[in-house]
Design a protein around this ligand. Structure first.
Ligand SMILES: [Zn+2]
Length: 196
């Protein structure tokens, strides 16, 4: 078992199956991701391996360490790591905060909710489009172009949630409108191509 403490006092251990596949890149990505999750301070996260592109998280119902996620090393993205760590918080934030810690901001359960809270947490998790949040094909295929704006909309949706029960629908509608605001230069070049 490898144990490391990537700052914030969180301890990470890997299953033997994961140890065999682990790369420096994956460890580095995990460390950077964990720094964005101060709620996991003083907790232990165990990381296993999965063959599927999407990771797996076991939403904790009790604060009984270790917390457990599974990731695929090949093609690993920050978005996937962030998504799985956010799943841990979906469970943890329902539990009483540990001694000396301030109460956690609750994160609602659900896959789309998980995507929204992951993107809102940090730009780091915007390296790949989320899986469950609905968006037009253009936004997904040109994700790097839209990621910053989608992230800001996620932040705004979370801000509006206490007074707007339909905040996810609001968010997905705003995201669907984004391609209409594509840069003018691009529209012109497409028109030129059409005229040729
Ligand atoms: Zn998920």
């Amino acid at each position: 078992m490898i144990v490391l403490s990537p700052g914030m006092g969180v301890t990470v251990s890997f299953t033997p199956q994961m140890e065999k596949r682990l790369t420096q890149r994956a460890v580095r990505m995990l460390n950077r991701s964990l720094r964005e999750f101060p709620e996991l301070r003083n907790l232990e996260v165990r990381v296993g391996h999965t063959k599927t592109k999407l990771g797996v998280a076991f939403i904790p119902r009790h604060l009984r360490p270790p917390l457990y996620i599974r990731l695929r090393v090949r093609g690993l993205t920050y978005n996937t790591i962030g998504h799985e760590l956010t799943h841990l918080l979906q469970g943890l934030t329902k539990l009483p905060a540990p001694d000396g810690a301030s109460a956690w901001e609750p994160i609602p359960i659900g896959e789309t909710q998980c995507d929204i809270w992951t993107l809102a947490r940090s730009e780091l998790f915007c390296d790949d489009p989320p899986t469950y949040l609905r968006m037009p094909r253009t936004v997904r295929s040109r994700w790097r172009h839209y990621a910053g704006r989608v992230r800001l909309l996620c932040v705004e949706a979370i801000r509006q949630r206490p007074g707007r029960r339909t905040y996810i629908r609001w968010l997905e509608t705003r995201i669907a409108e984004l391609p209409d605001h594509a840069p003018v230069a691009r529209v012109r070049s497409e028109q030129l191509r059409l005229m040729l």
